[in-house]
Design a protein around this ligand. Structure first.
Ligand SMILES: Cc1ncc(COP(=O)(O)O)c(C=O)c1O
Length: 370
């Protein structure tokens, strides 16, 4: 069978998502399972979004609007940009794939940091092979090192991904450093600012959201998602903002009908009001602070985070700890696939979920250290 396959595809390690709750319940015969593995918003979506989804059910025999017109219009208004500056994808993951297919020519490379979102790597490798993917080291605080990345912009480096705040470390870059970096990126390189966790940033005043930059730089692309603070991970909707010429090019590779009718309607409804977003951000901030201090009280090293998750170093065998947590009904993420084999990432949940996680982590660590 392998002989039939595009050789680049054989170089890709399959993405290892957090296991579904139902799998763990079945496998270990557990009644209660808490999943804190995929940085979702743990609050259910608000009433107006549910109503919009309900209204759309009578229309499901029809294809969705391939152009995503009403959703793009709402996103454009919301961000103060033009309709022609917006493209929508089935999650921002689909837009990452579109960017690579669109801009990476033979012999060119994708450049990012080590210890970041693993999809940049797999999307590059499946399209262009392992040699097309280059990682710069991080700084000692597990933050993107923009100097190290700038130092690797050679003739081949074509697409640069900056994840800010970063997944899985939760670290953020100072605004001045991002602005200075943008100045250094030559206009014939594509610079992607992946802002999946933008809403969770502590100081929006010092955050470069990229909206000014896309006005006069055709090579800058901003990625956003409805999967995190808007609580729509299950519907797969993300978008990119960029110069109109850049969006027009991306539209050539956008699969038709790529976002479902329900996804479009729900995303529009979720931008009607900021109330749910603000409530989610506030709850996350309180629960994250508590979770951080409880992990630290257990003597663990935890990276301060400006997102809805925390990276911590358990100082025991991570795969063993992961199995022990699964058996106790807790799903979090070992980070080997993100290049940090001695760390785990836990999403910030609701208070009772975090309490359950901390109790089970305490038990599992005690058992392993015995
Ligand atoms: C940094 C980053 N970018 C993009 C995504 C993809 O999000 P989605 O495809 O759900 O929009 C994620 C999801 O975890 C992420 O962490």
């Amino acid at each position: 069978m392998e002989k039939l396959v595009n050789p680049h595809v054989l170089e890709v390690s399959p993405y290892r998502p957090g296991k579904p709750v139902e799998d763990i319940q079945r496998e270990f015969g557990l009644a209660r399972v808490v999943k804190l593995a995929s940085n979702e918003n743990m609050l259910p979506v608000p009433e107006n979004v549910r109503r919009a989804i309900g209204d759309e059910i009578s229309q499901l025999q029809y294809y969705p609007d391939s152009d995503n017109y009403f959703l793009r219009r709402r996103i454009a208004e919301y961000n103060g940009v033009g309709l022609e500056n917006v493209i929508v994808g089935a999650g921002s993951v689909e837009i990452i794939q579109m960017l690579i297919r669109t801009f990476l020519k033979p012999g060119e490379k994708v450049l990012t940091s080590e210890k970041t979102f693993s999809l940049y790597r797999s999307a590059t490798i499946e399209f262009a092979g392992t040699a097309a993917f280059v990682e710069a080291p991080m700084d000692r605080g597990l933050c993107f090192d923009l100097e190290a990345i700038a130092g690797r912009i050679d003739d081949a480096a074509k697409i640069i991904f900056i994840t800010n705040p970063n997944n899985p470390t939760g670290t953020i870059l100072p605004g001045a450093a991002v602005r200075a970096f943008i100045e250094r990126v030559p206009p014939e390189r594509i610079l992607v600012l992946d802002n999946a966790y933008q809403e969770y940033v502590d100081d929006p005043g010092d955050y470069v959201n990229g909206l000014d930059e896309i006005k006069n730089r055709k090579n800058v692309i901003v990625l956003r998602t409805f999967s995190k603070v808007y609580g729509l991970a299950g519907l797969r909707v993300g978008y990119a903002l960029a110069h109109r010429e850049t969006i027009a090019i991306l539209n050539r590779v956008k699969p038709p009908f790529n976002v479902t009718r329900i996804g479009q309607r729900a995303a529009i409804a979720s931008l009607e009001s900021d109330e749910f977003k603000e409530r989610s951000v506030g709850l996350n901030r309180r629960n994250k602070a508590k979770l951080l201090s409880r992990l630290q009280a257990m003597g663990l090293r935890v990276i301060p985070s400006q997102t809805n998750f925390l990276l911590f170093f358990p100082e025991v065998d991570v795969e063993g700890l992961n199995l022990s947590l699964l058996k106790r009904g807790v799903i979090i993420r070992p980070m080997a696939g993100f290049g940090i084999p001695d760390a785990m990432r836990v999403s910030v949940g609701l208070e009772e979920e975090n309490d359950f996680f901390i109790t089970m982590l305490g038990e599992a660590l005690a058992e392993m250290k015995r």
